[in-house]
Design a protein around this ligand. Sequence first.
Ligand code: IPD
Length: 268
Amino acid sequence: MVSGKVIANCAMPYKELIHERIWSKKIVEFKSCEVDLVTETDQQVEKLLISNLKAKFPSHRFIGEESTAAGVKCELTDDPTWIIDPVDGTMNFVHGYPNVCVSVALWVNKVAQIGIIYNPILDLFFSARQGQGAFLNGKPIHVSHENELSKSLIGYEFGTSRDTEKMKVVMGNMNILTPVVHGVRSTGSCAQNMAMVALGGTNANFEFGIHAWDIAAGCLIVTEAGGVVIDPAGGPFDVLSRRYLCACSQDIADQLVKIIKQYYPERD
Ligand code: IPD
């Protein structure tokens, strides 16, 4: 059994580290392309997080953004697996834009059991446990009750790829959405985008090209807050597919599925 204290300790101890460094000079390296960044803080937080969790749960497995080498496939088995993004919103972190989150999830039998999204700069601690609801700083949260896409605020991102085909789809969807919704918002952190749907701040959010570590916690927080998480083409959500759509209701999800252009990245 994973206690509430372990859940809080998954992310909160890294507050100081991230806080101290967000407005300082960083060592920045490129990953898949020159807008896909990693800093020494991403690497350090991930190492600390994994070693702390390993000490408590030596038999558990780990999938971490920074310890998964580029191009290596993620292996998600039925074993308890912690899926970790130490700094989601690395581009924001590099620029000192305060939408950065530590995202930690525990999956067992390929189902999310615990989800934590912590923005240490804005002090937003989102958490959820399977079947027990979703919370922001300990208080229950719920998705919005909006049912009309035309009255919706949509979380949307340009992502960390400049692949021409993908950019065509991303820009195409921006053109499709802007005239038919209330507005479009980009936080620059996929985890925070999902948390905003859970909180009722936005009504839906989708993205292509994200990785399992970006969405493994958010998918549970959204569903525990009463929302839905599906594949953007309408099928079941697959955490390794690098595609997701989450919404406050199946109605909003269906309306989006009908109009958006699809993109299929290589799986994780
Ligand atoms: C990125 C952020 C960004 C999203 C990208 C992700 P990272 O994660 O979540 O919002 O658009 O697709 O890769 O690299 O900052 O952990």
